[in-house]
Write a protein that binds this ligand. Structure first.
Ligand SMILES: *[C@@H]1O[C@H](CO)[C@@H](O)[C@H](O)[C@H]1NC(C)=O
Ligand SMILES: *[C@@H]1O[C@H](CO)[C@@H](O)[C@H](O)[C@H]1NC(C)=O
Ligand SMILES: *[C@@H]1O[C@H](CO)[C@@H](O)[C@H](O)[C@H]1NC(C)=O
Ligand SMILES: *[C@@H]1O[C@H](CO)[C@@H](O)[C@H](O)[C@H]1NC(C)=O
Ligand SMILES: *[C@@H]1O[C@H](CO)[C@@H](O)[C@H](O)[C@H]1NC(C)=O
Ligand SMILES: *[C@@H]1O[C@H](CO)[C@@H](O)[C@H](O)[C@H]1NC(C)=O
Ligand SMILES: *[C@@H]1O[C@H](CO)[C@@H](O)[C@H](O)[C@H]1NC(C)=O
Ligand SMILES: *[C@@H]1O[C@H](CO)[C@@H](O)[C@H](O)[C@H]1NC(C)=O
Ligand SMILES: *[C@@H]1O[C@H](CO)[C@@H](O)[C@H](O)[C@H]1NC(C)=O
Length: 304
């Protein structure tokens, strides 16, 4: 795909390794020059995002005040930039990312309050370590006070960042314990949280069997909110995160005999398959275009 966003990482292209992989670029349409370096890491056919590690980033978000210092939480879900552009925009009223999240019962925090420290992530997109955009919490199917309940009871929550070079969203999803436990991660809470999330976005009737997942597992299903319908295809991939507890914050949550994370990342590709009846072409005009139209209408009215 062609990235619509200007690259901030051209300066990195000085390394001869990157130049070499640029020159051997197989398909300029699919891998624009500034993204070709990621082919070094493309064991799988990663489409719709760049591997942050290829340009100095990490697949772990950094939690503050960890002991030992520098432990992180896995970015275990990615919203691919091959999703419909509508979903890749952060808005709630035009069928954007926040409406998509509401279709899966994840909402903005209780009255804008934030409990717990924000985390940083470096997505290798030239922006360095940057703070999460926000935290979304499971709202128990109740958009008004649901996230308040989650704040006190603990449960599914999601932090997200946007990769500037591609527009893909990298998400750290986990199940956490309640407020009195200081929102620590629940038992096997990274993998279970990821899979509850995938189960919700693909409208499953039963919980995804975490321990049976492999890098060939896929799920697909639809959800609806405010008359927008989203069809989500999920593919689990390995190779971006490790199947070990190394560097992971709260490694004690692991299932005995296993690692705190299984190393799988859920890659979501979303299609908008239904829009509200009133969201026709006019309503979708960008502000400058509709402003222009309004000016035109006023001008022609004055002429009459
Ligand atoms: C899937 O996982 C297996 C090991 O479990 C590994 O050998 C294989 O390379 C992986 N495939 C991909 C495409 O990452
Ligand atoms: C982490 O803590 C440092 C020092 O207190 C602070 O400057 C920084 O903003 C914190 N980072 C986040 C992501 O909260
Ligand atoms: C981000 O933070 C980590 C850990 O503090 C550090 O190793 C890394 O160099 C930082 N990356 C950038 C781009 O500042
Ligand atoms: C990339 O960063 C620029 C400058 O901060 C911002 O205007 C743009 O919206 C960002 N793009 C994405 C996809 O996050
Ligand atoms: C949806 O998420 C909730 C909250 O974590 C969880 O209890 C439920 O089992 C999930 N549904 C599926 C099908 O995974
Ligand atoms: C998980 O795998 C085990 C052993 O392969 C199998 O018996 C079980 O039915 C699987 N569970 C699900 C929910 O797929
Ligand atoms: C979600 O699944 C339920 C039960 O399988 C089904 O009735 C519903 O139509 C599905 N939602 C969407 C948006 O497809
Ligand atoms: C969804 O569409 C129906 C008509 O098809 C309309 O009655 C309803 O108000 C709409 N709901 C929202 C939230 O837009
Ligand atoms: C992770 O490693 C464990 C052994 O420590 C293995 O049983 C499990 O299948 C691996 N998981 C994945 C998804 O590769």
């Amino acid at each position: 795909m062609i990235s619509p966003f200007p690259s901030l990482s051209l300066a990195l292209a000085t390394s001869s390794l990157l130049l070499a992989s640029t020159l051997q670029s197989v398909n300029a349409y699919e891998y624009p020059i500034d993204r070709a370096s990621n082919r070094v890491y493309r064991r799988d056919n990663y489409a719709g995002f760049d591997d942050p590690r290829a340009t100095g980033g990490r697949m772990l978000a950094l939690a503050n005040n960890t002991w030992p210092e520098g432990l992180g939480e896995p970015l275990n879900a990615i919203l691919s930039a091959e999703s419909d552009a509508r979903v890749l925009d952060v808005n709630v009223d035009q069928g954007g990312f926040l409406n998509y999240m509401l279709s899966t019962s994840l909402g903005e925090e209780c009255f804008g309050q934030h409990y717990g420290d924000p985390q940083n992530a470096d997505l290798g997109d030239g922006k360095g370590n940057h703070t999460e955009m926000e935290v979304l919490r499971w709202n128990y199917g109740d958009i008004y006070v649901g996230t308040c309940r989650e704040t006190f009871n603990g449960g599914l929550h999601l932090r997200y960042w946007r990769q500037n070079t591609t527009g893909a969203f990298f998400m750290g999803v986990s199940e956490e314990l309640d407020l009195s436990s200081n929102h620590l991660i629940a038992f096997n809470g990274y993998d279970f949280g990821r899979d509850h999330f995938v189960g919700n976005v693909t409208n499953q009737t039963t919980v995804i069997p975490t321990l049976n997942l492999t890098n060939t597992s896929t799920y697909v299903g639809s959800t609806t909110w405010a008359n927008y319908t989203y069809e989500t295809s999920v593919k689990y991939i390995s190779g971006l995160l490790q199947n070990s507890s190394e560097g992971i914050n709260h490694p004690e949550i692991a299932i005995p005999g296993r690692a705190a994370i299984d190393g799988l990342v859920a890659v979501l590709t979303v299609k908008v398959t239904g829009v509200p009846p009133n969201s026709g072409a006019l309503a979708n005009l960008a502000a400058p275009a509709s402003t222009f139209l309004a000016v035109l209408l006023v001008a022609s009215a004055l002429l009459v």
